[in-house]
Design a protein around this ligand. Structure first.
Ligand code: NAD
Ligand code: 0WE
Length: 261
């Protein structure tokens, strides 16, 4: 019996084959789940449809999470297609590129609102829309980053958004606990995805991460997907409101080891 046999999972945030959401979709499909995929906009459709097809996924729907209409519409479509679902994965984050460099105090009001809306509120909005469709024993999962609790230079307003996302995870876990639905987050180390590409000096950060982390290895989307599989399966039946780090141990370090060899 596979870990997600008989479970229905809806995964938000597939942009391309490097997306964390795509690794999650593949891992869940391999674990026996029936998978549905959602992507942000028309431009991504061409990329996402062949990926979905490759895992035999026949629910591929556009949803711009900045629009309540889109969120309500996809919940309605999911209800028609799946009836109820067991798992919802939120793998979405966005800030204006200009906010991800220079001093944090330069964050504009509009930039702050946008980052919070797309990266935080969307998880709450999806949770509300899908609450009536979630089976008991189900799971909600989101993706976060260590810049939420510690300063990551240039991550800026996204760090504030991730702090709010992690707090939202705890409040949602409380609400959904009554219905025996768990809500958790995976905190991943830096991975070269589309969302990381636009970031100046990502290579330096990537190298520094590898040097500092106890395991001295960078993180892959497959690593994140395996943790997601654990958190969305009955293997983690009594874990909720948690942030699980998949970061080669980077976050436990306070002082780097000597690098003179
Ligand atoms: P990605 O670019 O593949 O995924 C981000 C997704 O957000 C894309 O699919 C994009 O279309 C979607 N998105 C943006 N605006 C949207 C909107 N209005 N409506 C719907 N979808 C929208 O990059 P990724 O690295 O896979 O990112 C997924 C999640 O993982 C994000 O929350 C990110 O913050 C988090 N994360 C990434 C890293 C990393 O280093 N790559 C590390 C830790 C956490
Ligand atoms: O959460 C993320 C990605 C955040 C992100 C990245 C972009 C780049 C392109 C959000 N919005 C945008 N908007 C764009 O236009 N990560 C954890 C990856 C990441 O992004 C960083 C990082 C790391 C790590 C930005 C600055 C510093 C470090």
């Amino acid at each position: 019996m596979k870990l997600l046999e008989g479970k229905k999972a809806l995964i938000f945030g597939v942009a391309n084959n490097r997306s964390i959401a795509w690794a999650v979709a593949q891992a869940f499909s391999n674990a026996g789940a029936e998978v549905g995929i959602s992507y942000a906009g028309e431009i991504l459709k061409r990329r996402v449809e062949p990926l979905a097809e490759s895992i035999g996924c026949d629910f591929v729907e556009e949803c711009d999470v900045s629009k309540d209409e889109d969120i309500n519409a996809i919940a309605e479509k999911a209800k028609e297609h799946f009836g109820k679902i067991d798992i919802l994965v939120h793998s979405i984050g966005f800030a204006d590129r200009n906010e991800l460099r220079g001093p944090f105090y330069n964050t504009s009001r509009a930039g702050f609102h946008l980052a919070m809306d797309i990266s935080v509120y969307s998880f709450v909005g999806l949770a509300r829309a899908f609450q009536p469709l979630m089976n008991e024993g189900g799971s909600l999962l989101t993706m976060t980053y260590h810049g939420s609790t510690k300063v990551a230079p240039n991550y800026n307003v996204m760090g504030i958004a991730k702090a709010a996302l992690e707090a939202s995870t705890r409040y949602l876990a409380f609400d959904f606990g009554k219905e025996k639905i768990r809500v958790n987050a995976v905190s991943a180390g830096p991975i070269r995805t589309l969302a990381a590409m636009g970031v100046g000096d990502f290579k330096t950060m990537y190298k520094a991460f590898e040097a500092m982390a106890p395991l001295h290895e960078n993180v892959t989307t497959e690593d994140v997907a395996n943790a997601a599989l654990f958190l969305c399966s009955d293997m983690s039946a009594r874990t909720t409101g948690e942030v699980l780090y998949v970061d080669s141990g980077y976050n436990i370090m306070g002082v780097p080891e000597a690098i003179d060899g």
